[in-house]
Each structure stands twice: as structure tokens, then as C-alpha cells.
Design a protein around this ligand. Structure first.
Ligand SMILES: [Zn+2]
Length: 101
């Protein structure tokens, strides 16, 4: 199992923003390489940089997996995730993080 899905689960907003920023960065580079496209390309690169900046400011929580004690970095809004080490589902129950199955 790849960690891609789990990473999306733990950090959904950061994941989406990384994809958005990558698209803008890639588009920006392609447009900038064509001389006329630089008019569109350079602002795209700037937008990409801004998205990365917003992404880096998202608050994160470090939750220790109850099963294997590996710290998992998750966004504050996340209610459950799969541990990046043991892949067990960890969910929040009455304020406590518990491993399910
Ligand atoms: Zn674990």
C-alpha cells in the first residue's frame, strides 16, 4: 500500500494545496518557456509560491499512534487517519485517539 492515500487522509488541505501549487508551477514553467506565454507564466509561478506559503501555515497536530507509538502529523480538523507506520486506523473518540482494529 502506498502512503499517498494515507497522507491525503492525514493532511487533506495540505495535500490539495500541494497539487494545486504543482499544477500552477508546472503550467507557469511551460508558459514561461514560450516567450509570449511569460505574461501568463510568471503570474502562475507567483500564485504557485503563494499557495505553498498558505500551505506551510496550516496548523498541524502530532499524534502518537496508540498502537506503534509513531508520531503522525495531521491537520487539526482530521478525525481519523491511518498510521503511516503500521497503517492501523486511528480515530478520535471522546477526545482520545484510539486504534481501531
Ligand atoms: Zn501505528
Amino acid at each position: 500500500m502506498t502512503s499517498g492515500l494515507a497522507a491525503k487522509q492525514r493532511q487533506p488541505r495540505r495535500h490539495s494545496l500541494a497539487i494545486a501549487a504543482s499544477i500552477f508551477a508546472l503550467g507557469g514553467v511551460i508558459f514561461t518557456l514560450t516567450l509570449l506565454g511569460a505574461v501568463i507564466g510568471i503570474p502562475m509561478l507567483i500564485i504557485s509560491g503563494i499557495i505553498f506559503l498558505i500551505r506551510s501555515r496550516i496548523k498541524m497536530n502530532s499524534i502518537e499512534c496508540p498502537s506503534c507509538k509513531t508520531p503522525n502529523k495531521i491537520e487539526l480538523s482530521v478525525q481519523y487517519f491511518n498510521c503511516e507506520q503500521c497503517l492501523k486506523t486511528v480515530r478520535k473518540e471522546q477526545g482520545e485517539w484510539v486504534a481501531a482494529g
